[in-house]
Design a protein around this ligand. Structure first.
Ligand code: BYC
Length: 317
């Protein structure tokens, strides 16, 4: 009997998804839909927060006050994105502290891209241009995801990411059109970030375990390979405008498909980095744990303020 009720609820749920009706926090949803969303949104939130580290590394060494102000604002935006996303995850009944603990104990992932080091100032440009460019390509599709709070968070995030991408492009353009040494710095940085950026979209469709179900539930709207293809098609003409080369001898326009062909991605490297063995995995987590411990007094103060003031405000309202 219970099974029949669940089946009919699940049918009604799937009808709503197929009819493009957004699912909201108080709506009935299959437990696996909820768990899959928590997994993806938490991973996304963790990526925003860990993603502050590689760029934050250059705040004290930005070459001018203007560049420093821009970079500070960008890194602060990433913290804001993390907050929207943790809030979206909380609407699914999970506790933010529990999610942070999952990140810090390595039980939840964050994007592979943030396990690579930022070795030169040009890396700030490459992250903006390539990493934020890849993020927007994915996140534009996610503005149509089936879960309302996630879709709405994505709209604001995409607007800000679009500004981030342009600042990265502008930074690299100036380097690329500067002195010979600056041009070389831009090219060397693009050489290092290109392939990891392509890996951000996840494994190829045929070996992506979550894709099929996530597409059926409208969590994912576009497949990993299709997003990667869109990113390559968008980025090739931008590289030409920047005057940098993309480090792939097999990259060329294919008249018959109307898209660019590109060379093979090193999936062994991807799995190694996701599995914890990338160049900066240990450093990123150590730093995150330390920041969390050092921020305890702020959380404590916020909690005690809330205990004293929030109930009174709610009563007064
Ligand atoms: N890195 O079945 P699949 C940003 C995992 S931050 C690590 O295809 P799915 C920014 C995947 O989780 C942008 N792990 O998975 C911030 C799964 O493992 P589990 C971050 C990856 O979920 C600061 C397994 O591989 N954006 O914008 O269907 C500065 C199999 O994959 C990765 C998001 O997080 C990866 N790259 O699709 C600048 C977007 N790829 O969980 C910029 C939201 C795959 O089963 N997330 N895995 O143990 C998504 O759209 C999807 O989760 C993915 C993967 C497309 C990433």
């Amino acid at each position: 009997m219970e099974q029949m009720v669940d089946d009919s609820l699940e049918d009604a749920f799937q009808h709503r998804i197929d009819a493009e009706v957004k699912i909201e926090p108080r709506d009935w949803m299959p437990e696996r839909y909820r768990a899959s969303l928590v997994r993806q949104i938490a991973q996304h939130a963790h990526s925003e927060i860990i993603g502050m580290q590689p760029e934050g590394n250059w705040i004290t060494r930005a070459p001018s006050l203007r560049r420093k102000a821009i970079l500070l604002a960008k890194v602060q935006d990433e913290a804001g994105h993390g907050l929207y996303l943790y809030s979206a995850a909380e609407t699914l009944g999970v506790d933010r502290e529990a999610l942070v603990d999952m990140l810090q104990t390595g039980r939840q992932k964050y994007s592979s891209i943030f396990n690579y080091p930022t070795l030169s100032w040009a890396d700030v440009g490459s992250i903006g241009w390539l990493v934020d460019g890849a993020a927007i390509t994915n996140q534009l599709a996610l503005t149509h995801t089936s879960y309302g709070p996630y879709a709405r968070a994505m709209v604001k995030i995409c607007r800000e990411e679009s500004f981030h991408q342009r600042q990265g492009f502008e930074l690299l353009w100036h380097l690329s059109h500067g002195t010979e040494a600056q041009h070389e710095m831009a090219q060397e940085s693009v050489n290092r970030w290109w392939w990891p950026s392509l890996m951000m979209f996840g494994p190829p469709d045929h070996s992506s375990p979550n894709s099929e179900q996530s597409m059926r539930w409208g969590i994912k709207r576009v497949s990993n390979d299709e997003l990667r293809r869109r990113f390559v098609d968008m980025t090739v003409p931008q590289a030409r405008a920047l005057g940098v080369l993309l480090p792939d001898p097999e990259l060329r326009w294919n008249e018959s498909t109307g898209h660019h062909d590109f060379g093979p991605i090193n999936w062994d490297e991807f799995h190694r980095v996701v599995g914890g063995d990338g160049p900066c995995n240990a450093e990123r987590l150590t730093r995150r744990r330390r920041a969390h411990e050092e921020g305890e007094w702020v959380r404590e103060a916020a909690r005690s303020w809330a205990t004293r003031h929030v109930p009174a405000r709610i009563e007064a309202a």
